[in-house]
Design a protein around this ligand. Structure first.
Ligand code: MG
Length: 236
């Protein structure tokens, strides 16, 4: 029986670039909306729409496209034509076909991690797109299991741990989002490691009061993981 500890890994902006594609498309969207609204108005309106839509359409590129279309119609008071809307749809298609760029140290480190752990990829978002990125990443063979979930909250982590028979006290999760990859895992009885990414979506950032009272290591990059995990396993 394989009793290596289970290491949970987030995917987007932990293993590969993701948010950069959203920022680039948002920049184009701000330009597209310039006849109707200034940049900060467009950005704020889009974020409000995304926040309202998450519960209905979930996370990922397709939800982002719908939110841009909705925001474009609303900011233009319905005056925006089919041509700009079709451009938004085309940007979405490009995002759904974008090559997967691994983050620094991931390719070099993942094999070492997979030797000592059962790697459990836990990502949320659009099922089709997340699967595509796993395949395109070239990392799929390293994962013991892959979970693509609708939301990364405490009940979801408890459910995943339960279904795979994982002891929470031996489980470690790694990711770039404190609200999604760190706090709910601590709440579920596991440990978590934060590896911040320069670009993090507004809805994936935690406030000081969210973090208050929680302790977790923060690493600069993925390459620092094996040493930290070895230290945890063999405290010396
Ligand atoms: Mg992430």
């Amino acid at each position: 029986m394989d009793d290596r500890p289970v290491l949970g890994l987030d995917a987007d902006d932990t293993l590969w670039e993701n948010e950069v594609h959203f920022r680039e498309t948002e920049r184009r969207f701000v330009e597209l909306m310039a006849p109707w609204a200034d940049g900060s108005t467009t950005e704020a309106a889009l974020l409000d729409t995304e926040r309202a839509n998450v519960a209905i359409t979930g996370y990922g590129v397709k939800s982002f496209i719908l939110s841009m279309v909705e925001t474009a119609i609303s900011l233009s008071d319905g005056a925006i034509g089919a041509e700009p809307i079709s451009r938004v749809l085309e940007w979405g298609r490009q995002m759904l076909e974008a090559p997967v760029a691994l983050l620094p140290d991931v390719a070099e480190t993942i094999g070492t991690l997979a030797d000592a752990h059962r790697l459990l990829l836990i990502t949320k978002g659009d099922l089709t797109d997340q699967r595509r990125k796993v395949d395109a990443s070239g990392l799929a063979d390293h994962f013991w299991r892959i979970e693509i979930v609708a939301e990364k909250d405490t009940p979801t982590y408890r459910d995943i741990l339960g279904r795979h028979g994982i002891d929470a006290t031996r489980f470690v999760m790694v990711g770039n989002s404190v609200p999604s990859d760190v706090l709910p895992v601590l709440e579920a009885g596991g440990r978590a490691i934060h590896i911040p990414h320069d670009l993090t979506w507004a809805l994936e950032t935690a406030t000081d009061s969210d973090i208050d009272g929680h302790e977790f290591p923060v690493l600069r990059n993925f390459g620092e993981l094996p040493a930290l995990l070895t230290g945890w396993r063999d405290p010396g």
